[in-house]
Design a protein around this ligand. Sequence first.
Ligand code: NDP
Length: 449
Amino acid sequence: MAKIDDLSSFMDWVASRNPGEPEFHQAVREVAGTILPFIQENPVYAEARILERLTEPDRVVSFRVTWEDDAGKVHVNRGYRVQFSNAIGPYKGGIRFHPSVTQSVLKFLGFEQIFKNSLTGLPMGGGKGGADFDPKGRSDREIMRFCQSFMTELYRHVGPDIDVPAGDIGVGGREIGYMFGLYKRITNHFNGVLTGKGLEYGGSLMRPEATGYGAVYFLENMLHTRGQEIAGKSACISGSGNVATHAAEKILQRGGKVLTLSDSSGFIHDPAGLTEEKIAWVKRHKRKPGARLEAFTAEFKDAEFHRGKRPWIVPCDVALPCATQNELNGEEARTLVANGCIAVSEGANMPTTDEGVHCFLDARILFAPGKAANAGGVAMSGLEMSQNSARLHRTSEDLRQALKKIMSDIHDACVRHGGGKDGHVDYVKGANVAGFKKVADAMLAFGVV
Ligand code: NDP
């Protein structure tokens, strides 16, 4: 059994139990690094083996997804649902369709989700799911058939009081609609089993905007601790999907200048700054099957496209990685700091590598880990669940205020648990300790189960 006061032997234990899962190891190391000292100060958690128990998912379901393409060819993919912890509420976390999906990736995401959901203050446990299916270039009918096949197995494991999935990379409103339609048909239940639904059938206003807007609200809260504002600041953003485009929109609304967006083929640099019109164009364009960001430069001549590169070489005041995991490495972090970047707010999950995180922490810039900065999405999903249970609809303005308040409460929790005597806030430590404590206390209350 692991020696709980030693990160290296604890990680040896985790690695030996979960071989070949580097993303999961990375996520556990990041949490354990700040939680172990907290546990030493509070031995009740060590005695009950809370951290060891939390690194073992309640269950992992893996299943075959067979589907037929438009030409009648049969394909086989692998689907998963990782149900990590329901200590404080039903499992909750998105579904990702991307060829890079593995059990390791979904375990890292499900593990992170436990602490993120706890931070929102809402009663949600942690889970994640997905498939190694590549939706790029697939027709609408192919997407529908895949979603239906995926749900013919998933429906056995989910439910409004059991596990409530949502969207993630490759899964947006369209895919949620297809999955909800199939769930309803085979169970005959109309309920809040999924979030991110369309407004006509139980969805919540503000859900699409919530993650990106929330990451900018968090950034704003961090800047305020140093008497600064977003207005007048330049921002590098990666990604061009749901999170990235809404983060760009909110930076613009706050008077900032957005210099970059990216996708898996490269990044665009627009020195004049993106406008509402340009962001709307990106949203429309990226909805087309297989569309690449490169076409932006044909439409807007001042911008440049950098094929195969990432945006972190462009000097900026603030950075928001909003694409995927490990998309900002140590060297890129050093470049950002050397170029004067003062704050990083992670819209994506674990976009910064271990080395990158340490570079930001050592440089003492404002650094918000994804589990705090992008919690606005799942928080709004939590509010969608409560609207579904109560069978009512809240207004946009009401939800926008609720989102701002939740992000500011998360920020305060990070300051409470991560603030040092010199006034500097370690948001990684703050988010981990605040998220861990609530879940750990619930587990203590349940006894040894
Ligand atoms: P989308 O599918 O809408 O967009 C993903 C974006 O990231 C696209 O621009 C995509 O480019 C790019 N991308 C994906 N994989 C890679 C890769 N391997 N290398 C480079 N670029 C890549 O997803 P979301 O915006 O919803 O999610 C983005 C991130 O935010 C993920 O980490 C997700 O887990 C996280 N997140 C999302 C939430 C939500 O509410 N949607 C909530 C909390 C976190 P391309 O089009 O070329 O594939």
